[in-house]
Design a protein around this ligand. Structure first.
Ligand code: PMV
Length: 337
């Protein structure tokens, strides 16, 4: 039998300009451009082992066997990476050092780490841009976790539906030493997944058209603020992006409310901190947790005040981090191993 393996690590990213909605075309293309920050301090580690004797793909997520659906999603990306039609089955072992599938962007780091590890284990030799394009087909936000620091993912184009559409690095982590405090709030129930949530929004929300019209302009504001390192402009545009996205989802039928009481309490506390003179703004993804954008000088106070908001279970401080990286590789070997 033949076996080859590799291990990669990737970090989640948080969108400062949100992606919400897909093009009505194959290939999982985003309907709007997005801009994210890749986060140090939280990591997914993934080992991919291709092994010719395996009867089927195996996926272990945080030490437990994954569902058939998740295993098939992983297999799909491996099919695209393997250079020929006859792909050996693989064992994929993935662990997160942060809560999985809780609106903390675990699918982004998962598919980015998977793409990098699989590329090496398969000996496929694909470029970062090619891996970003492939990761995007599994989870659009994963395309951004291939790169470190500030990353943009353009909107897809219907006239070029099959052309590569990777994310691209806008600025390295060192460009701007921001801090992001994640306030992990109580979750009553599992939030509606992002694909299901955005398709439901696109299909039923009367505000969806307005979101498609507004998002490119908000993205441009976020991009300008990042390039100019203008903290207030960034914070205002990031809040506008998050609130416009949520307003659109709330207006779906039935409405998608990702927030809980403690989410709203935390948003109000961010606004109170600002009124008290602190430099802090918020963003929220398709889940109940609040992410506060702040500076190194003020991060300790922001964390202290968010931690005492009712329903906030814990806080995680993160900063701009690196892109997905290979950490170990074993080339193909023959025999009993
Ligand atoms: O790429 P997905 O399916 O993980 O969707 C991401 C959706 C948001 O996190 C809400 C926004 C974003 O741009 O990351």
């Amino acid at each position: 039998m033949t076996r080859s393996s590799a291990v990669a690590q990737a970090h989640p990213n948080i969108a400062l300009a949100k992606y919400w909605g897909k093009l009505d075309a194959p290939g999982n293309l985003p309907a709007v451009p997005s801009l994210s920050l890749t986060l140090a301090g939280m990591v997914t580690t993934t080992r991919v082992t291709f092994e010719s004797s395996l009867p089927q793909d195996v996926l272990l997520l945080n030490d437990a066997p994954a569902s058939r659906r998740d295993t098939d999603r992983v297999g799909h990306l491996l099919d695209h990476i393997w250079p020929s039609d006859k792909r050996p089955r693989a064992e994929v072992v993935s662990t997160n050092d942060f809560p999985t599938a809780a609106g903390l962007a675990s699918s982004a780091s998962a598919f980015a780490a998977l793409a990098v590890a699989a590329n090496r284990a398969a000996g496929a030799g694909r470029s970062e841009a090619e891996l970003s394009d492939l990761a995007r087909r599994s989870s659009a936000s994963a395309a951004r976790s291939l790169f470190g620091g500030f990353v943009e993912l353009p909107a897809g184009r219907t006239d070029e539906a099959d052309a590569p559409a990777p994310a691209a690095s806008l600025a390295a982590p060192e460009h701007w030493d921001l801090r992001l405090v994640i306030a992990v709030t109580t979750t009553g129930r599992k939030p509606v997944g992002s694909t299901e949530g955005m398709n439901h929004t696109a299909g039923t929300s009367p505000l969806y058209r307005a979101w498609l019209d507004a998002a490119p302009g908000i993205f441009a504001r976020v991009r300008r603020a990042v390039m100019a390192r203008d903290f207030e402009a960034l914070g205002r545009a990031a809040e506008h992006s998050a609130l416009t996205m949520h307003a659109t989802a709330i207006a779906a039928e039935p409405g998608l409310i990702y927030w809980t009481g403690s989410t709203v309490e935390a948003l109000a506390e961010v606004r109170r901190m600002r009124a008290d003179g602190l430099g802090v703004y918020f963003t929220v993804d398709a889940g109940p947790h609040v992410k506060a954008i702040t500076t190194p000088a003020e991060v300790a106070e922001v964390k202290r005040r968010l931690a005492r908001v009712p329903g906030v279970q814990r806080t995680i401080i993160t900063r701009p981090g690196p892109g997905a990286q290979l950490v170990e590789s074993r080339p193909a070997s023959e025999g009993g191993g």
